[in-house]
Design a protein around this ligand. Structure first.
Ligand code: HMG
Length: 413
């Protein structure tokens, strides 16, 4: 007889919402008198999404959620849980989830709240939803988990080329067409560090950039080793060959694409250092490069064109992977979620048989193609909040229109 931990649970549908304007990073580099190759090759970034005043975290979250519900063809009455993972909400008390609940007209009889821990907030929501369903408490209902953020560091800062904005909405259910999670097989790593923070009242994040990269790498090593031990104990992978090579692909939290490369080389290093058999460092660098190109790079093309979307970055990577590779059905992949401060988790799952169809329904190519490239002057106006609201909203999206007394107002198209 199956235990609940063996019953399938995971992501059944996924949809993305992004701002309608983007800045080409070569334009940004030239404006900052920096060699464009530093951004395109050094950071691996091509473009970054720039939110306008009408595109706040709520409007992005609601737009993505509406698409995800449509793709899953889910009757909202079958939802029992709505969680928004975000670190850039619109109010200190009223959660983004509450606005989304109202805008989408979701049922009253459900739990609705936000989860926060920097970029890990979305994964906190996903894990809660997965374990809620696996425990049997969901009673057959599904969950809507949304990761939504606007990443801002400020004009002419080192973090500037790593900004972005967007939302990823996921339907989590017991019929996971996209990704069936290995429930209970995860590795976590948390330490109290000051790598990235945003003091109350600030729109822009502060970051100790190079230190944050070190914190991320330290976390991925511990989380990966924790996951690997559990995956071997549950016989999901073998102990006699590098675990990372037994995964068909790996998705990482992507603050900028080069970070995923650094993380992957670090994970391989963990495997090789821990291996019983000696390894030859002279051949490893070529093997690692090939492995990165096949197992990780396919997940990065959306991130390279949108930038850091904080909580949604890992899931934008998953969407990018499935959009690029159609050969992953029923194969196991690894995922690493990192939230500065810090907490992190490495987990895994089996790609569902209908994952490619589900991702095709998310129409990622047309989302990117419908964006408008902005000039550096327009970017400065948007950062200074002096650009006009874009009217009317593009079809299928929500837009913030202003505050009426104390109530934030939104329109839907
Ligand atoms: P920097 O100091 O301006 O850049 O900031 P750099 O000098 O380190 O150069 C970056 C790379 O470009 C280097 O490559 C250079 O060699 C290369 P690497 O050595 O790292 O492989 N480079 C060039 N390449 C080609 N042609 C050239 C050239 N010049 C240099 N001409 C930094 C970089 C990432 C620190 C900065 O952008 C930053 O502070 N970003 C924000 C922080 C961040 O993203 N941290 C990542 C880890 S923390 C995290 O992921 C959590 C987060 O998402 C928040 C959350 O959890 O909520 C941020």
């Amino acid at each position: 007889m199956k235990t609940r931990l063996d019953a399938p649970v995971g992501i059944d549908a996924l949809a993305v919402a992004i701002p309608h304007r983007y800045l080409d990073l070569e334009d940004l580099a030239r404006a900052r008198d920096i060699d464009p190759a530093k951004y395109t090759q050094g950071l691996g970034a091509r473009e970054m999404a720039v939110a306008e005043p009408g595109e706040d975290t709520v409007s992005l979250a609601a737009s993505a959620a509406r698409r995800a519900l449509h793709i899953a063809q889910l009757d909202p009455r079958d939802l029992g849980l709505l969680i928004v993972g975000t670190e850039t909400g619109v109010d200190h008390s009223k959660p983004v989830a509450s606005f989304v609940h109202g805008l989408l007209g979701l049922p009253r009889a459900m739990r609705v709240y936000d989860t926060q821990h920097a970029c890990y907030g979305g994964t906190a929501g996903l894990m809660t939803a997965v374990e809620w369903i696996a425990s049997g408490a969901a009673g057959g209902r599904s969950a809507l988990v949304i990761c939504a953020d606007i990443a801002r560091y400020g004009v002419a800062t080192a973090g500037e080329p790593t900004q972005g904005a967007g939302a990823v909405a996921m339907i989590v259910s017991s019929s996971p067409s996209i990704l069936e999670l290995d429930v209970g097989v995860t590795g976590a790593s948390s330490t109290h560090v000051h790598d990235f923070w945003r003091p109350l009242g600030h729109r822009e994040a502060q970051v100790d950039g190079h230190y944050s990269v070190e914190c991320y790498l330290d976390a991925v090593a511990t989380a990966y080793r924790g996951w690997r031990a559990r995956a071997i104990a549950r016989e999901l992978i073998r102990a006699d060959s590098p675990a990372s090579e037994q995964l068909a692909a790996l998705c990482y939290h992507v603050p900028f694409c080069k970070m995923a490369r650094k993380a992957h080389l670090h994970v391989r290093r963990c495997d090789l250092e821990d291996a019983a058999a000696p390894w030859d460092p002279s051949t490893e660098s070529l093997r690692a490069e090939t492995h990165f190109r096949n197992q990780v790079e396919p997940s990065l093309h959306l991130c390279a064109r949108i930038g850091n979307v904080y909580t949604g970055s890992l899931y934008l990577g998953l969407a990018g992977l499935l959009h690029t590779r159609g050969d992953l059905a029923r194969r196991r992949i690894g995922l690493f979620s990192y939230g500065s401060g810090c907490t992190s988790e490495f987990f895994s799952g089996l790609i569902g048989p209908r994952a490619s169809d589900r991702i095709a329904a998310a129409q990622l190519d047309s989302l990117l193609a419908s964006r408008a490239r902005i000039s550096i002057d327009e970017y400065h106006r948007l950062m200074a909040l002096t650009a006009p609201l874009l009217e009317p909203p593009p079809p299928g999206t929500f837009r913030f229109t202003g505050v009426d007394a104390h109530r934030r107002q939104y329109v839907a198209a």
